[in-house]
Design a protein around this ligand. Structure first.
Ligand code: TRP
Length: 454
């Protein structure tokens, strides 16, 4: 059915454009902010190993499934699910998978934008030389000063939301391709440089061992759930973001190949971020489990000591902001595309609606770092709850349903046709992963984690 149909929202100019956009979506705060701090909180090596296994055996297969759904449906995730379900003779209720994705994206962006606001705020601090010669305590104070101040955070959160909605309003092709193709390589170069610095000046040995020597005694059901959830989060899976990018993918591009490329690029960036950060943590006797402030309390130390640190620090936080920007766009795109299709508003109005609602919810996250920091539920702040609910529950649940749909519900012939591969051992292997391994892994990890709570 999709031989000739194109999405009404546009199409990528080609394979490279898709890879850039999908990598732009995947590489973001998840890699540079979140991966290092959850690795630190969960004890390092064993957590990293589980995360890598989840990327390879759950993430990549589900990414392929999501892209193929998008390209077959060519609409927002909700209507894509509805129309494929119809074509396959399945229940129209599958569109609720798309609805769940839209809601998940809305929640994720609300806090994502607040953290991206921190990155913006740090551009200003880096330019002004605030980190020059600072010690661990001073760098910590700069961070506490920001998170303690809701007005400053609200201002930066607002700036970031406006930036995001401006690009989304212009449409995927117009705004996105160009921004991403310059900034992603830039971020990569700067990270390599920072790892070089960590080798020269940090405790690189200790950082390396922390990340790659698995200590399984540090692994519990909850760490495994976090690692799996993060595999979804970092690859932008489970809520239709990659699905909708797939809907703009030209017909002749190999889904298998682009999925691998994106997953490898994403993983390399996360590992580089860890290798830049942990040597600095250990060389300065900082706490690896410092939480969401980790990257903001470690790299500034390096920028404050290295020659040219003002320029490099400024560039780093600019690149980080851009990485977050190209991710944020993909988080809200399903909601915007759906508003356009369903409610019939223009893209601009859809952006205004989605953006305002997301912005308002973000205020809760801002307050959870100051006024509401002692308002907790099961030991979790408002931000922790949103993060847990989305990354650890909604994304894996969405991924589970995507796997079930593609592997158990759709006709094998349709799947083969859309993947555009021959029925052979490679297809069988992928089909096995998505039929059994990925869904079972999600269920087992969920059950284990619930057991831990109960
Ligand atoms: N993957 C991005 C990151 O690591 C965040 C992101 C973009 C995302 N799109 C998403 C997360 C969709 C979940 C779902 O920063």
């Amino acid at each position: 059915m999709s031989e000739t149909t194109q999405s009404i929202h546009g199409q990528w100019s080609g394979k490279l454009a898709f890879i850039l956009a999908a990598t732009g979506s995947a590489v973001g705060l998840g890699n540079i902010w979140k991966f290092p701090y959850i690795t630190g909180e969960n004890g390092g090596g064993a957590f990293v190993l589980v995360y890598l296994l989840c990327i390879a055996f759950i993430g990549v297969p589900i990414m392929m499934a999501e892209i193929l759904l998008g390209r077959r449906g060519r609409q927002s995730p909700i209507n894509t699910m509805a129309s494929i379900a119809r074509a396959e003779g399945l229940s129209p209720a599958w569109k609720w998978l798309g609805v769940m994705g839209v809601v998940t994206g809305f929640i994720i962006l609300s806090y994502y934008s607040v953290i991206a606001g921190w990155a913006l705020a740090y551009v200003e601090r880096a330019v002004s030389g605030a980190f020059q010669g600072a010690n661990g305590e001073q760098v910590g104070a700069i961070f506490a000063n920001l998170t303690g101040d809701w007005e400053k955070q609200l201002a930066w959160h607002t700036v970031f939301m406006v930036m995001t909605m401006l690009v989304v309003a212009r449409g995927v092709r117009g705004g996105l391709e160009r921004a991403v193709s310059i900034l992603m390589p830039g971020l990569f170069v700067i990270l390599i440089f920072l790892v070089g610095y960590a080798v020269a000046q940090g405790d690189f040995q200790k950082g390396w061992h922390f990340m790659f020597d698995p200590d399984f005694s540090r692994l519990n059901a909850h760490a495994v759930l976090t690692a799996m959830g993060h595999a979804f989060f970092t690859l932008s899976l489970g809520m239709g973001a990659i699905m909708i990018y797939g809907s703009y993918l030209p017909k002749n591009v190999s889904i298998t190949r682009v999925s691998f490329t994106v997953a490898v690029a994403d993983t390399v960036v996360a590992l580089l971020a860890g290798l830049a950060i942990f040597p600095i943590v250990f060389a300065n006797q900082l706490e690896p489990g410092a939480g969401p402030g980790l990257v903001f309390q470690t790299l500034p130390l390096a920028f404050g000591q290295m020659p040219g640190g003002i320029i490099i620090g400024t560039l780093f936080f600019i690149m980080l902001t851009f990485a977050a920007w190209s991710s944020a766009i993909s988080i809200i795109e399903p909601a915007v595309a759906w508003l356009v299709e369903k409610v019939g508003v223009t893209r601009h109005v859809a952006c205004l609606l989605a953006g305002t609602a997301t912005w308002a919810l973000g205020i809760g996250t801002i307050l959870s770092f100051n006024a509401w920091s002692d308002k907790t539920w099961l030991g979790k702040t408002f931000f922790d709850i949103l993060d847990y609910l989305t990354a650890n529950i909604l994304l894996p649940a969405g991924g589970f349903l995507i796997a079930i749909f593609v592997a158990w519900m759709m006709r094998r012939q349709s799947v083969l046709e859309e993947l555009n591969v021959k029925d052979g051992p490679w297809f069988e292997f992928w089909h096995f992963l998505i039929r059994f391994v990925a869904p079972a892994a999600v269920v087992i990890v969920f059950v284990q984690a619930i057991g831990l709570l109960g």
